[in-house]
Design a binder for this molecule. Structure first.
Ligand SMILES: Cc1cc2nc3c(=O)[nH]c(=O)nc-3n(C[C@H](O)[C@H](O)[C@H](O)COP(=O)(O)OP(=O)(O)OC[C@H]3O[C@@H](n4cnc5c(N)ncnc54)[C@H](O)[C@@H]3O)c2cc1C
Length: 465
């Protein structure tokens, strides 16, 4: 890098989703001047919507690996304002073709011995999961080395989630329920790294939600950013990028010492004039998220999971960009609020409530949960489709962006944090399996790497990109 050591850089952040907001706070906390450009409203996939007079927080609904959040707070020097509440029933009831499986499996359940055996195998990895999610993957870092050794010891010679699950010879119902969690990577079990087969054991009953709802996470991140002087410009879409200079809708041009993209990497590539997406490129799944205000509370557990009846058929359809005959559905019930999340291929399809596939999947969910016609009785319904997710993210609406092959997925592979000296990236498309823990952990990694890079030398405004 060129130039003298500055005390603080002018940093332009592209995208005001959770990742952009989290990293902006960390960077501003180090004395940098950060401006966030957000094309829409801050929050990205986490949006506050009103449906039938009720307040819904869209996007993430389960807060897992709270140790990552606590590590993020420690770095900022903040106390935890979220009051995370454990969700009753943990990861929920999984309605497999072999019977219903609650995860975690409670003592006394016919599957509890098999569950305890599975948990015991994964247990040694548990103390390393937060370091794994927050430490840049470098063979020179002893924390990363210890954590990755622990992961390899558990995973053994089975690189994919499917391979690992098969090798455990679990009862079919438990194996089917565990397979579902490969979708945390946005991938079918045969495509997801083995780590994702370990998630139910690592999470156990530690599934949370802020007492004031997920929107409280968004409010908190905005508050941390603005308290540190971050400028948040909503409705400001970046339309072009060259070096560390960006152009906005309306023609405004702004030059920075450094840019950080918290956008989907395909989207960023398009802004840089090099679109890399093709219809054949592999991508993680998208979804249809249905938020319904019911006339009265549905008698359902907090979380129900309806897996595809056959993961091979599901995988073949998703890989071909076709609609799977029966898909993975997650159902969250909270009083009169009901959320039904259907997994769909990332083809930017406007799969609305009237689409025959959506109707068939909703009917399957309602049948499985013993509540036929429940959605039709709703006072009001909002459906967010792959076309919605494509509008602000990956061009096909892939929730976690492009699909990496399993040997590149997961936290072990060095992610493309630094594209050029002056352009870095963070967020869900960069940190595979990019739910909240991966995003916050990824923001911490980029913060660490940028601080190290700054110690060595700094880029200056106008220098080579
Ligand atoms: C239905 C659903 C359920 C989920 N459930 C969970 C869950 O239970 N637990 C969990 O941990 N995670 C969950 N996730 C995943 C989690 O919500 C996302 O991974 C996370 O919110 C992504 O954050 P991000 O900041 O990386 O990306 P995004 O939220 O996509 O943010 C990117 C931002 O960039 C903006 N942008 C795009 N282009 C431009 C441009 N040119 N100029 C300026 N701004 C631009 C967009 O408007 C957007 O605000 C779920 C996601 C979905 C969709």
């Amino acid at each position: 890098m060129d130039g003298p050591l500055n005390s603080g850089l002018d940093i332009g952040m592209l995208g005001g989703g959770l990742a952009g907001l989290a990293l902006a706070s960390l960077l501003a906390g180090r004395g940098h001047r950060v401006t966030i450009y957000e094309r829409d409203r801050a929050g990205g996939k986490l949006r506050r919507e009103r449906v039938g007079g009720l307040a819904f927080d869209t996007g993430p609904s389960l807060f897992t690996f709270p140790g990552v959040w606590q590590a993020f707070l420690r770095r900022l020097g903040e106390a935890d304002p979220l009051a995370l509440q454990p969700l009753p029933g943990g990861l929920g009831i999984h309605h497999t073709p072999f019977g219903a499986v609650p995860l975690p499996v409670p003592p006394g359940h016919p599957l509890s011995a098999a569950w305890e055996g599975y948990r015991a195998k994964v247990g040694p990895l548990a103390p390393h999961i937060v370091p794994l999610l927050t430490t840049p993957p470098r063979l020179t870092d002893p924390v990363f080395l210890r954590a990755s050794r622990a992961l390899f010891r558990v995973v053994g010679p089975h690189p994919t989630a499917e391979g690992w699950i098969r090798a455990q010879k679990l009862p079919p119902a438990l194996a089917h329920a565990i397979r579902t969690h490969a979708l945390n990577a946005g991938l079918s079990p045969a495509d997801a790294p083995a780590l994702y087969a370990l998630i139910p054991a690592l999470v156990g009953a530690e599934v949370y939600r802020p007492v004031a709802g997920m929107g409280a996470l968004l409010d908190t991140l905005i508050e941390y950013a603005t308290a540190r002087g971050v400028q948040l410009r909503e409705g400001a879409e970046v339309t072009g990028l060259k070096g560390a200079t960006l152009t906005l809708n309306g023609g405004e041009v702004a030059q920075y010492d450094l840019l950080v993209s918290a956008l989907d990497p395909h989207r960023l590539a398009t802004l840089r004039g090099s679109p890399i997406v093709s219809l054949r490129s592999k991508r993680t799944v998208s979804g249809v998220a249905i938020y319904a205000a019911l006339p009265e509370a549905a008698p359902l557990p907090a979380t129900s999971v309806i897996p595809p009846s056959d993961f091979q058929t599901f995988r073949a359809a998703i890989r071909a960009g076709a609609l799977p005959p029966d898909t993975l559905a997650l159902v969250h019930a909270d009083g009169r609020k009901l959320a039904v999340l259907l997994t769909a291929p990332a083809t930017a399809c406007p799969l609305g409530l009237d689409h025959p596939w959506v109707r068939a999947q909703v009917a399957r969910v309602e049948r499985t949960l013993g509540m036929p016609g429940r959605l039709a009785s709703a006072d009001d319904v909002l459906a967010l489709t792959p076309a919605h997710y494509a509008a602000g993210g990956h061009p096909g609406g892939a929730i976690y962006g492009a699909a990496l092959p399993f040997w590149r997925g997961g936290p072990l592979h060095p992610q493309p944090h630094r594209l050029t000296t002056r352009l870095w990236q963070v967020g869900t498309g960069v940190h595979p399996g990019g739910g909240i823990p991966a995003i916050l952990g990824g923001a911490m990694m980029v913060d660490t790497l940028l601080a190290e890079a700054q110690k060595k030398a700094l880029p200056v405004k106008g220098g080579p990109g």
